[in-house]
Design a protein around this ligand. Structure first.
Ligand code: G4P
Length: 524
């Protein structure tokens, strides 16, 4: 490491981008990597139509559907900071995966398409983000296209998402008439489509342009000035503390595709996004990122990232201290130690072996089936476990079987691995041992089916069982099998906890009235 440990850690910025599919997450990621020098040409990461794919689009199904199913990690340096970007699946069906990714970051960036405004799927992802209580930065994208009025977008943001906002900048015109942004934060106007030396125009004390300029003649400029005046008088104040708590979101307008406003966004974001934050353990001890002892937790496991190698990688968010390759770590859950020799970090266009990393960074551990999502890894003598990663309560259930009974071994191996990855939830019936799968969204089943076929060579048959509401049981001893019936099935989850699956809320309430002594609860 070039700097002392404390300085290294303080320079880390680790965040995730959440957005509705197509809002421009991949495009902005590419531009950020470009500014960070991680890619040479801003056209290399992405280009769905040209047949090239973002590095984050690993899986075949993502290519087919043009959606991002898995999360990936990318790293670059900018302005003395080392930035880790974690990609999240844009689709709400994968919000559980998104939530686990959000557990591993210290801030989130929300991308919004200016023409579409806040879309229903964003609402769910955003709620998941709010639960984490981390700072949220908003980038309203595609200003080079005709979209909704900026004030309307701000209003929508506050009303639909229930978060207060502060516009860091304001668009001057939009679509073909998009001529620049009024940068409230840096007191300047940034012009579109001009040479670099003419890009910024200074403002005077009254908030107008300091030097005469033809832009002032346009109605767009006048409109922007009026809007900014309104925001100054009636809008929220800029408040760093409220941003840090996730109560106020700084809003940036720009265009990722034409690379406008992205660099200013990056610089301002890096100024206000937090350095690695402490984490809490199960026994409520706070682990300081700057403490010497290496610790971290596994927030994601991904099998078959490279089909040629059939490998499995466990992603670790480093919480404290430094990692060096070859070090020995303990996993307290299983009281086992491992020597970490095969470790990876993630660059824009490749994975490479990582020798050193510090709190805030994400590293990949080669996994032969030892790790589970949520596992704590510790490099020293301490023994603690970080708070568990929450599971969502699934709302869809299917019974799954292999089409070819001869494939039963592969079938069970595939299910086990995909369940360990957190791709799907596993349940089984009590005596017949039928396998049931639970999901938050239908697409999870489709991805499961696809991966079983492609990665494990097993075709599966899935039938919906018509049960929607899952409830775990506080006092399992009080449960009798006779309490189950047509509208309530008694099953076990993968940890052997009993779970009732009800047909609907009505059936659950009926059950509750009949057996008030059974204490039911749901997950997240
Ligand atoms: P996602 O990862 O959030 O799903 O979105 P992605 O970046 O893939 O962008 C979705 C589409 O929106 C892409 O077009 C992309 O070029 C376009 N886009 C992104 N940012 C902007 C912007 O600032 N302005 C405009 N006008 N378009 C933008 P596509 O046609 O689906 O794919 P492609 O063939 O252009 O890659």
């Amino acid at each position: 490491m070039d700097k002392p440990l404390k300085e290294e850690i303080a320079s880390r910025r680790t965040f995730a981008i959440i957005s509705h599919p197509d809002a421009g997450k991949t495009t902005i990621t590419e531009k950020l990597l470009y500014f960070g020098g991680a890619i040479r040409d801003a056209g290399t990461v992405k280009g769905k139509k040209s047949g090239k794919f973002a590095t984050s689009d690993w899986m075949e199904i993502e290519k087919q559907r043009g959606i991002s199913v898995t999360s990936s990690v990318m790293q670059f340096d900018y302005d003395g900071k080392r930035v880790n970007i974690l990609d999240t699946p844009g689709h709400e069906d994968f919000s559980e995966d998104t939530y686990r990714t959000l557990m591993a970051v210290d801030a989130a960036v929300m991308m919004v398409d200016s023409a579409k405004g806040i879309e229903p799927q964003t609402i769910k992802l955003f709620k998941v983000c709010r639960m984490r209580g981390i700072p949220i930065f908003t980038f309203i994208n595609k200003m080079d296209r005709q979209g909704k009025e900026p004030l309307e977008l701000m209003e929508e943001l506050e009303e639909v998402l229930g978060i207060e906002s502060y516009a860091m900048n304001w668009p001057i015109g939009m679509g073909k008439e998009f001529i620049g942004i009024y940068d409230r934060f840096n007191n300047r106007v940034e012009q579109v489509r001009v040479d670099e030396d003419k890009r910024f125009l200074a403002l005077n004390e009254d908030g107008g342009l300091a030097e005469p300029h033809q832009m002032t003649e346009t109605s767009y400029y006048q409109q922007a000035l009026d809007d900014v005046l309104l925001l100054n008088e009636a809008g929220n104040d800029f408040d760093e503390e409220r941003i840090a708590k996730g109560d106020l979101t700084p809003v940036f307008f720009g265009s990722a595709l034409t690379n406008f406003g992205v660099q200013t966004f990056l610089e301002t974001f890096l100024q206000f996004s937090p350095a690695p934050q402490p984490r809490i353990t199960k026994d409520e001890t706070t682990i300081d990122p700057y403490s010497e002892e290496f610790s971290g937790f596994i927030f994601k496991i991904q099998a078959n990232m490279n089909p040629a190698h059939r490998d499995r990688i466990a992603f670790v968010r480093i919480v404290s201290g430094a990692f060096t390759r070859g070090m020995t770590v303990t996993v307290p859950r299983i009281s086992k130690t491992f020597k970490l020799t095969q470790t990876t970090q993630f660059l824009a266009d490749d994975r490479e072996t990582v020798d050193e990393a510090v709190a805030g960074d994400i590293i990949g551990l080669h996994d032969t089936g030892n790790y589970q999502i949520g596992d704590t890894v510790i490099g020293g003598k301490s023994s603690f476990q970080f708070d568990a990663l929450p599971q969502f309560t699934p709302e869809l259930f299917v019974r799954v079987t292999a089409k070819n009974v001869m494939k039963s071994k592969h079938f069970h191996k595939g299910i086990l691995q995909l369940v360990q990855e957190g791709a799907i939830q596993y349940y089984r019936t009590l005596h017949t041992e039928e396998v049931l799968l639970g999901a938050v969204g239908q697409l999870q089943f489709e991805v499961f089916e696809h991966r079983m076929k492609n990665e494990y060579n097993v075709e599966v048959r899935m039938e919906h069982i018509g049960l929607k509401v899952a409830r775990w049981i506080e006092n399992e001893d009080a449960v009798k099998e006779s309490m189950a019936g047509q509208r309530a099935m008694l099953v076990k989850d993968r940890f052997d906890n009993l779970v009732f699956l009800f047909e609907n809320d009505f059936a659950m309430r009926w059950f509750h009235d009949k057996y008030p002594e059974i204490q039911l609860y749901s997950l997240l």
